[in-house]
Ligand binder design. Sequence first.
Ligand code: RIB
Length: 281
Amino acid sequence: MTSIIVIGSVNLDIVASADRLPGPGETVTGAELSRFPGGKGANQALAAAKLGAEVSLLAHVGNDADANDALALLRAGGVDLSGCKAVEHAATGVALIAVASSGENQIVVAPGANRTLSPDSLSIPAADALLCQLEVPTETIAHAAASFDGFFCVNLAPARHVDVAVLQRADLVIVNETESAWYGDSLAACKGMIATTFGAAGAVLSQDGVDIARTKPPRVEAVDTTAAGDTFCAALTVALVEGQSPGDALAFACAAGAATATRQGAQPSLPGREEVLALLG
Ligand code: RIB
């Protein structure tokens, strides 16, 4: 079984589902309120486990009630949480999410305990792959990139400055089109593959400036796109490390992301492997 370490965030998502998203300074009323386990790190960890990998999550939560809710589906999904610590003096991360009936969202994160995941608080076990995002301190990601020996994937979300050594070390960098524009020419430092996602329009995998795979996701009815990108990251990493070809791996990842968008919430919407394979036909 493919073994994957995820270093990243755990959040409790407070979700308001409304007809549409507000503009700056605008109030939209009539929303329904829900709470879901989320956080890019936690979502990617659970997504990889549901797709068949053996997953350990290295993360920080607060010593509070929100941590139980935020970790519930990871526990139920068999993710190893022995490297997930409850810290004092910081609350479990919270994401405030507005979701429109079109499935689009807006997210504001209060990182809380995720900010305390410093390089010296980590002990990174050996595994086939390491998967990181940028909702924890970027020094931690730089440390992880330098100390891990296997396949290293970094999802540059949310867009923030990262050490160039992280880009140079990564076997796989994943960005959406907004993040790709934010990083611009600095992505030229990447020596491995770059996957760029375009929502319902699909994704492209490139290396050294040359496209090596391009795919469109299966058509689905999007209800909530939260965690669709996280599922894509987990699925692409799992598939490449399993030895699937770049084209097959990209198609698998796009189908997994599309399946996630058909259900509400972050972690409750993550698909199992059978569902993704069925979507691929
Ligand atoms: O990528 C989706 C995630 O971003 C949400 O679950 C939220 O917690 C934010 O971290």
